[in-house]
Design a binder for this molecule. Structure first.
Ligand SMILES: Cc1cc2nc3c(=O)[nH]c(=O)nc-3n(C[C@H](O)[C@H](O)[C@H](O)COP(=O)(O)O)c2cc1C
Length: 192
């Protein structure tokens, strides 16, 4: 399996409006592949303006927020680039699309790294941050996964959150758990 780096991808549409989405960018040689499932605003934007910025952040509220309707995270301009980065980025890469591999479900945008910059130090791993990231992935796949698997994974991830979360990780976890609860309560209603 290739190395995947979990990032916050910014793109812009033809009107210049910014779109923010968490995506795992896939290492390929010196570059990265952005692979959005259809339908996706990131995909539409990249098809028309083939440049993205990958922001690398340890603020897991941004991953959780984007998946729970909280997309209004501050961005700042990047020099010589039409697309801004997250202001919370510890570092970012400007990714220019050099090839598109069309696919019915999941096209692949092969990108070269046009520029990279570091903004703040990485201050170490935290288990609750990793757990929030895992729960965010689960939330993005709720419609595909069986309830038992979701509950078993949440059971395990909860241990790290209870032992190691700060207020930001706790907030991000709560946003995601509200989404999980809503999913199960909708599923309960439709099976009645
Ligand atoms: C850590 C993480 C990685 C993700 N990676 C991908 C990805 O590679 N491709 C994808 O289509 N969605 C991915 N998702 C889900 C997208 O963030 C989500 O579906 C999003 O709404 C994309 O659609 P949009 O471009 O319309 O916003 C990921 C979510 C998380 C939390």
């Amino acid at each position: 399996m290739p190395y995947i780096r979990e990032s916050i991808i910014t793109t812009v549409n033809e009107a210049g409006e910014v779109h923010i989405a968490p995506l795992g960018i896939i290492a390929e040689g010196e570059g990265w592949v952005i692979a959005p499932f259809r339908p996706s605003a990131t995909l539409d934007n990249l098809s028309k303006r083939p440049v993205a910025v990958a922001s690398y952040t340890d603020d897991v509220r941004i991953f959780a927020g984007c998946l729970t309707g909280r997309k209004d995270w501050p961005v700042v301009p990047v020099e010589n680039c039409p697309v801004p980065r997250l202001s919370a980025a510890l570092a970012h890469s400007v990714l220019e699309v050099v090839e598109v591999q069309e696919h019915e479900l999941r096209p692949r945008f092969l990108c070269r790294v046009a520029a990279e910059e570091t903004h703040a130090p990485f201050t170490g791993f935290n288990r609750a941050k990793a757990a929030v990231l895992e729960l965010a992935i689960l939330v993005s796949r709720l419609h595909m996964l069986p309830r038992e698997k979701i509950e078993a994974e949440i059971g395990y991830l909860t241990i790290a959150v209870e032992k190691t979360a700060g207020p930001e990780e706790r907030e991000a976890w709560d946003w995601l758990m509200a989404r999980v609860d809503a999913h199960f309560s909708d599923a309960g209603k439709s099976s009645n």
